[in-house]
Write a protein that binds this ligand. Structure first.
Ligand SMILES: *[C@@H]1O[C@H](CO)[C@@H](O)[C@H](O)[C@H]1NC(C)=O
Ligand SMILES: *[C@@H]1O[C@H](CO)[C@@H](O)[C@H](O)[C@H]1NC(C)=O
Length: 371
């Protein structure tokens, strides 16, 4: 009997070992850079915690969880699909606490692609709410590197099996230039693209082999832009109620970004640089909302779930502040609070990247389906 048990344990352990060796996770870790679209707790870290009854986080976490949505973000769905834990916020990772072996999130809500100096050096521009721009986030990565791996050999091997995501970033740069004309906006595109390209290139030089560079979202359908740039001219809107000029601007932005990625690919043929087409992935949600579980009401679907009065339900106060209200079912709307989307929208977008065709080239096959 004893021998049999011993044999069984040995056999079981051996079996598990074989299984785990045969099926390692597609990515050993994920390192992410960006703004509030993918911040999982950096901007919230060290701040007064939000009221527990705040609508942020309510759908999934049941309390505010450092994310600017009612639940999970695209990066959370990606982590889950690849069998990884939610990425810890880099500012909340210390030597003794926090597991960095499965990745770290350097994204910071409100951050810009351009260094904040750009904004402080120019009058007539809004100032960013944070100085933790993309280049600052890259510095955090460099500083944290000794926590991640010890020798060059170890780092190369670890980073080779990891996924690096650079963005979305640049959306806040557009918001900070919102008083400018579209022509003026187009002038900052090369600067934003240069910043994203520079960081991507620097990560490759640090040993990253598989990287993602997301484009930007259809900002012409974004509640903040729709509210700030409201127009009386019917011809300013497309058939889905989005502002044509801003969507065209983002198409231009994404084209420039893609050109720059192509140059990077030629410079680093050993690297796999994936483009996330957030624009078309998100745009299909506005075009056929009912197909993805959102309301079929063409007017309602462009409104924020959490906000106030006004045609797009965007209040001057942030969601959760006095006077704001929350919709009864956030899963029926694409937009959560003005600039940010609902968990339901982020889930559809993540599905489009992992199970659909909006990542080019594709990511590795996921370990789990997004449900
Ligand atoms: C910091 O990390 C700990 C442990 O993972 C977590 O419980 C806590 O919520 C995090 N704090 C913030 C502000 O994100
Ligand atoms: C950002 O830097 C500027 C100077 O460059 C400083 O005046 C400002 O207070 C800083 N902002 C934050 C949020 O730290």
């Amino acid at each position: 009997m004893k021998i049999f048990i011993l044999f069984s344990i040995t056999f079981a352990c051996g079996f598990l070992k074989i299984v785990s060796n045969a099926n390692p996770l597609p990515y050993e870790a994920i390192f992410n850079f960006g703004d509030s679209t993918s911040d999982t707790g950096n901007a919230a870290f060290g701040r007064e915690p939000m009221d527990k009854k705040s609508p942020y986080g309510s759908t999934y976490f049941k309390h505010p969880a450092g994310r600017m949505s009612d639940g999970r973000l695209i990066i959370d769905f990606i982590a889950e699909a690849y069998g990884l834990p939610f990425l810890p916020a880099s500012l909340n990772v210390t030597k003794s606490q926090g597991d960095t072996k499965r990745g770290v999130n350097f994204a910071y809500g409100g951050s810009t692609a351009l260094d904040s100096k750009y904004y402080f050096d120019r009058s007539g521009l809004d100032k960013p709410t944070t100085n933790n721009s993309l280049s600052v986030q890259f510095d955090w990565f460099k500083n944290q590197k000794p926590l991640l791996c010890k020798s060059k050999e170890e780092c190369d091997s670890f980073f080779k099996r990891s996924l690096f995501i650079v963005g979305e970033i640049g959306g806040n740069d557009v918001f900070l230039h919102i008083s400018k004309t579209i022509t003026e906006l187009r002038e900052i595109v090369p600067l934003i693209v240069e910043s994203i390209t520079k960081t991507t290139n620097a990560l490759i030089e640090e040993g990253a082999v598989e990287l993602v560079v997301p484009g930007n979202f259809p900002m012409g359908c974004n509640v903040d832009i729709l509210t700030k740039k409201i127009s009386q001219k019917k011809e300013d809107y497309d058939e889905f109620g989005c502002l044509i000029a801003y969507n065209s601007f983002i198409e231009y932005f994404n084209e420039q970004l893609k050109k720059s990625i192509e140059t990077l690919r030629q410079k680093h043929p050993q690297a796999k640089i994936i483009y996330f087409d957030y624009y078309n992935d998100a745009k299909r949600l506005y075009e056929a909302p009912q197909q993805y579980g959102f309301t079929s009401d063409k007017v309602e679907v462009l409104k924020a779930c959490c906000g106030g009065i006004g045609p797009y339900h965007r209040d001057a106060n942030w969601c959760g502040m006095p006077g704001t209200t929350v919709c009864s079912d956030p899963s029926k709307l694409i937009n959560f609070d003005g600039p940010h989307l609902t968990e339901a929208a982020y889930k559809q977008i993540a599905k489009g990247l992992i199970e659909g065709s909006f990542a080019n080239p594709s990511l590795k096959p996921a370990a789990f389906k997004i449900v």
